[in-house]
Design a protein around this ligand. Sequence first.
Ligand code: IMP
Ligand code: MG
Length: 194
Amino acid sequence: MIRSMRDDIDTVLIDRARLGARIADLGSEITRDLQALHPDPGQIVLLPVLTGAMFFAADLIREIPLKIRVEYVSVTSYPGTATQSRGPRLRIPLPENLGGKHVVIVDDILDSGQTLSLLLDLISRQAPASIRVCVLLHKIKKQETSPPLKADYVGFEIPDAFVVGFGLDYDDYYRNLPEIVTLKRSLLDGSGSP
Ligand code: IMP
Ligand code: MG
């Protein structure tokens, strides 16, 4: 029998109930801000950053009762068993129809900010009407080397540890854990945190 992933958990940082409650709040906040723009139908685009944000975005969009479209981008920065970013890389071309739209980028976690900086740079070249960034988690470093990019909406601030679950992975596993957890130290390679 395959061993349960639950055996690999060290600590549960955020359980399913807290995730659900916070995502509902974020949905209300985003709804209110988008309504204030008085957009025409078809002008709002939610842009999840796959693969990590797929669970978060699926829950979030169902808390936004507006007519919005969903596009997606796919970015990788943690190849294989890395626990430190190797620099973001687009896996598929960006949607090309973002000009004039109100774009809400949805990502799982803001760490170094490299992924979101790259996306903001590429998307702004299409001249969207506005861009907002929503992240489920913001990892707070003890020492920031450069000023961190600021997300417009943050679900939770977490300490500087490698986390998995609710979309976040280690070597492409653990995305299907329903909560945000840290893994037992012995499971992670020696490439960085925690
Ligand atoms: P950044 O470019 O350093 O801000 O990293 C953002 C991306 O790195 C996220 O979208 C995640 O896919 C990945 N990432 C950052 N921290 C973690 C973590 O603790 N666990 C799993 N993936 C992470
Ligand atoms: Mg990601």
